[in-house]
Design a protein around this ligand. Sequence first.
Ligand SMILES: CC(C)(COP(=O)(O)OP(=O)(O)OC[C@H]1O[C@@H](n2cnc3c(N)ncnc32)[C@H](O)[C@@H]1OP(=O)(O)O)[C@@H](O)C(=O)NCCC(=O)NCCS
Length: 360
Amino acid sequence: MKIHKEVTLKKVTIEELEQLQSISQTTFLQAFEADNDPGDMKAYVEEAFSLAQLKKELEHPESRFFFALHKNQVIGYLKVNWGAAQTEHPLEHAMELQRIYVLADFHGHKIGQLLMDKTLEIAREEKMASIWLGVWEENIKAVRFYKKNGFEVFGTHQFLLGEDLQTDLVMKLDLQGFFIRQLKAEDAEAFQNLKLSGLKEAPFAFSDSYEDEKNKSQSFFLEEFSQFIGHPERFVLGAFDLEEQLKGYVIFKRDQRSNARHKSMIHNMYVHTDLRTKGAGRALLNAVMDRGSRMAGLEQIHLWVLHSDQSASGFYKKMGFISQGPLVKKDQKIQGRYVDAEYMVYFFSASFIDQSAQYP
Ligand SMILES: CC(C)(COP(=O)(O)OP(=O)(O)OC[C@H]1O[C@@H](n2cnc3c(N)ncnc32)[C@H](O)[C@@H]1OP(=O)(O)O)[C@@H](O)C(=O)NCCC(=O)NCCS
């Protein structure tokens, strides 16, 4: 099984201070020992990762630490800061990714990517406009990893490692102005408006029609929406712009029947053209997958996708969904045109995939 599928992320608590010290020191030494003076390294590690210093950082209200855990072993961690907790203040409404480290034995297994995805999620939850970081200019692999994730160099700063003055590249990622959060009862009207405008703008993407939806009474709509409020296994996630306008959504429901609790369904997904192709769709699905992966016994997410000129089929494929067989021909008749449908499934672990089946 792919290791990253078995890795969970966990917010670090004060009770885990010693584990935090251990992973901080080990990963720092593994990363930089070969290229630096041992005396400088020792002095830096003892000061920067002392229990007293780490406790102070962990208790700062504008910092977060997360562990990556594999079979209860801490194999990596991240630290982010915003507001006054940042080590510098190069940008407005920005979050600093101060540390992202994975044990050497676990390199090459996409654990860094998991931690990076979590960083983006935190930044969006905290309504940040961008993420910035400093990286040693000679750490070529890390610079490549950040560039792959969309970071760009926008400056340099000096970093003192013991007595050695080094140059860090300062990189930033523009978050394209949106954040993700679960819809609440008071979002009902915004949700209804966005759903209607989506049905109007992309009629061939949905089984629901604008006409049916528009003719629903307000009380009927509210009744339907209320099932997603306060339920741990049914929710609507929204993508909001920085003015807090709802611009995208995805509807998720876990199957409640005893024989089918390993399955869940995405019923509808839409991103407004204002926010299209900026990563909001990916962020919405990543947030769904993250929540789903933490639901005991949940193995799969199912969905139907319609095949029109601008089908989202390629998008779901990119996100790891697998087609379950031939297209269902003429599944819908939308504005007088037949539309085929494709059934797709996302498996939380490769071991849940039926290897005997032939997937195209
Ligand atoms: C499908 C949809 C939700 C995607 O949202 P989005 O915010 O535009 O997608 P993102 O920007 O997060 O795209 C993530 C990746 O998928 C790719 N992608 C997006 N839409 C795609 C499509 N229709 N076909 C193939 N790839 C697509 C993007 O290029 C991007 O790839 P990259 O990371 O390699 O650059 C959005 O296009 C939409 O609302 N479409 C109309 C309604 C619809 O079809 N809904 C689905 C109903 S089942």
